[in-house]
Design a protein around this ligand. Structure first.
Ligand SMILES: Nc1ncnc2c1ncn2[C@@H]1O[C@H](COP(=O)(O)OP(=O)(O)OP(=O)(O)O)[C@@H](O)[C@H]1O
Ligand SMILES: [Mg+2]
Length: 292
């Protein structure tokens, strides 16, 4: 994970301003007049992990679709490396280096896992032949832990394996920006741990990651910053600790129970003279409470 920064327009070593790898400016998406995403602006620095959280229906998947190109915004601009991509198709965006997973996994059920991932590699357009696509697929399957199941059909997979396949298909496109929509939903705590580790590795290999997740332990463990959506609007965007203790976020998403637990934990730490008495932490049961 790269170092936390609350501002993606950081300067590099030479003091030069860096263009955000991804930027949304006043993006709105309405369905039949009702806004799913409203006036959303944020930017991502190359190499960071940005977590996106919020209640069900907050607009998280819609935001991912607006970046990946499955949806066109009603208003606003999406930029990749400073260039507007708002009118590009998902295929064109994949070729630029933007890949996404789907919350509801969508494998080609008649193809085996390996062929599903080969399709991903060809979609990304960074391979020159089917042979190269197959080599890329095999490397990615190894990386996500699906190499031993490459011959299984898309509809023969467990939930965890379907999530891995989603990751594999996205990774096979050779992304610079990876958009992950609830790749940990339905996983056991151990599987979540493995998925977090994999996402860290992917990020360390240079991929910028936007991750939508309800599993709080996972999102706080992997994100440099967290953005919170509520009713389609951004209500917070900051370092994880600051977001977790933001009263607006607690009220909209984390809930009173978490607030009470945190207060109790803080007073206990204060009584014990713990030097980190004011530092927030995500208690274990948040993951259970907030996982869908
Ligand atoms: N294709 C669509 N047509 C009409 N309304 C839609 C469509 N897609 C999403 N919506 C609506 O937009 C709002 C945001 O939905 P979205 O799926 O983006 O939420 P989310 O934050 O991903 O929720 P969850 O945590 O449950 O996945 C919801 O009110 C949803 O019903
Ligand atoms: Mg969603």
């Amino acid at each position: 994970m790269s170092h936390a920064s609350s501002y993606p327009m950081a300067s590099n070593a030479t003091g030069e301003s860096q263009v955000p790898i991804l930027e949304l400016e006043h993006v709105t998406k309405r369905f039949g007049g009702l806004p799913a995403v409203e006036g959303l602006s944020f930017a991502m620095r190359r190499g960071e992990v940005l977590g996106m959280i919020g209640p069900n229906g907050a607009g998280k998947s819609t935001a991912i679709s607006l970046i990946g190109g499955a949806l066109a915004p009603t208003e606003g601009v999406v930029r990749f490396q400073g260039r507007p991509i708002t009118r590009l198709s998902p295929h064109q965006r994949a070729q630029l280096g933007i890949a996404r997973t789907f919350q509801v996994t969508q494998p080609f059920t008649q193809l085996d896992i390996r062929d599903n991932v080969i399709v991903g590699a060809l979609f990304g357009g960074h391979v020159r032949s089917r042979k190269e696509a197959a080599q890329r697929a095999d490397a990615v399957l190894e990386r996500v832990g699906l190499a031993g199941k490459a011959h299984l059909k898309g509809d023969e997979l467990t939930v965890a394996d379907r999530k891995r396949l989603e990751m594999a298909r996205a990774l096979a496109t050779h992304p610079e920006v990876l958009l992950l929509d609830e790749v940990m939903a339905g996983l056991t705590p151990r599987e979540v741990g493995n998925a977090v580790e994999l996402i860290r590795e992917i990020n360390q290999s240079g991929v910028t990651v936007l991750i939508v997740e309800h599993v709080m332990q996972a999102i706080t463990g992997v994100s440099d910053r967290i953005l919170v959506l509520h009713h389609g609007r951004k209500i917070a965007e900051d370092a994880p600790d600051a977001v977790l203790s933001d009263p607006k976020v607690v009220e909209a998403y984390l809930g009173e129970r978490y607030a009470r637990q945190r207060a109790a934990e803080q007073s206990r730490r204060a009584l014990e003279g713990h030097e980190n008495a004011t530092q927030p932490s995500a208690p274990d049961d948040i993951a259970k409470d907030s996982q869908i």
